[in-house]
Design a protein around this ligand. Structure first.
Ligand SMILES: C[S@@+](CC[C@H](N)C(=O)[O-])C[C@H]1O[C@@H](n2cnc3c(N)ncnc32)[C@H](O)[C@@H]1O
Length: 301
């Protein structure tokens, strides 16, 4: 049984797994074991779940700045049965409706999601409801995107799907199983610093530096991630390198659009910077979906 991400996530690493795996530290490849794994921009967790299917991970720390996303991970870990019951109810209610009524249902749930007052500190039945809404919206919204407006509201419109799979019970149970010995927390990437030791492997997959001015899908949170954030991340990379940890970072390659752009080459000068080919699907314009270069940076060879 293999486990896969339970949400579609912009920038998900599904297309890059082989390239990332090839570049794992040699001891991990040989022993098929990751002693301590830290992923501070976990998103949908494509690489974490891939590693779970193929390696033994002894200890792991997954985090993201998106509070709701981490809440979903926690609910799957602790209350998977209740969540499956909630989702299967949502699914049967939704799928028996006509297209027009499904659209109405989508906007009703989106409104409920946006107006829900949630206490993120205190687990409650509201967490399960919110997780149900979140997964429903992810499976039925346009392109499976997650995007917030400046008020922090989820604003992706309805997407047309014939038969969206809202409740994938088998996979949710696999996800629950893979999260067993995992520590989950929400916050800025710097918060993971206290879990990083010299035996740690860190995978960093920050929001992409926009490929062009019309790229629109990088607002995972209301705060955004600009060039200053990329610089702050490079400082963090260097600090953790000094601590003796092994780091691998991926990002979009700005040279896809401007061959002169050496932003990341300069930021990570002295480390291994490679360019690999990946398939990029999330673009509003289908003609712009296709192969592009991605960057992989490592502090080991
Ligand atoms: C490119 S996505 C990661 C995708 C992930 N690798 C996957 O397979 O789905 C970047 C993630 O960084 C998160 N993020 C944005 N700013 C952050 C910050 N300052 N600290 C930690 N996470 C952040 C976003 O919420 C988003 O989930």
């Amino acid at each position: 049984m293999t486990v896969k991400p339970f949400v579609k996530w912009a920038g998900g690493k599904g297309q890059l797994l082989g390239e990332l795996e090839k570049r794992l530290p040699s001891e991990i490849l040989q022993e098929k074991t990751v002693r301590r794994y830290v992923e501070p921009f976990v998103g949908g967790g494509a690489f974490f779940f891939y590693l779970k299917n193929n390696y033994s991970i002894q200890e792991s720390y997954l985090s993201d700045i998106n509070k709701d996303l981490i809440l979903i991970y926690k609910v799957i870990k602790k209350n998977c049965n209740e969540l499956v019951a909630e989702l299967s109810e949502i699914e049967s209610f939704h799928l028996k409706k006509s297209e027009e009524k499904r659209k109405e249902n989508f906007y009703k749930i989106r409104d409920r999601y946006n107006s829900q007052d949630i206490n993120y500190q205190q687990p409650s039945s509201e967490w399960i409801k919110r997780t149900g809404y979140f997964i429903f919206l992810n499976k039925t919204c346009f392109n499976g995107l997650y995007r917030l407006n400046s008020k922090g509201e989820f604003n992706v419109p309805f997407g047309r799907y014939k038969n969206p799979r809202i409740c994938d019970e088998q996979n949710l149970k696999q996800v629950q199983f893979s999260l067993k010995s995992t520590n989950l927390f929400h916050g800025d990437f710097t918060k993971s610093s206290k879990y990083i030791l010299d035996n740690t492997f860190i995978y960093l997959d920050p929001p992409y530096r926009p490929l062009n001015n019309t790229s629109y899908f990088t607002n995972y949170s209301k705060n955004g991630f600009n060039d200053d954030s990329q610089k702050k991340l490079a400082d963090f990379f260097k600090l953790m390198d000094k601590r003796g940890a092994k780091l691998m970072l991926s990002n979009s390659d700005p040279q896809n659009h401007n061959e002169q752009d050496r932003f990341f080459d300069e930021l990570y000068e002295g480390f291994t910077v490679e360019r690999v080919t990946a398939k990029r699907n999330i673009n509003r314009d289908p003609s712009k979906r296709g192969f592009i270069k991605e960057l992989i940076v490592r502090n080991y060879s």
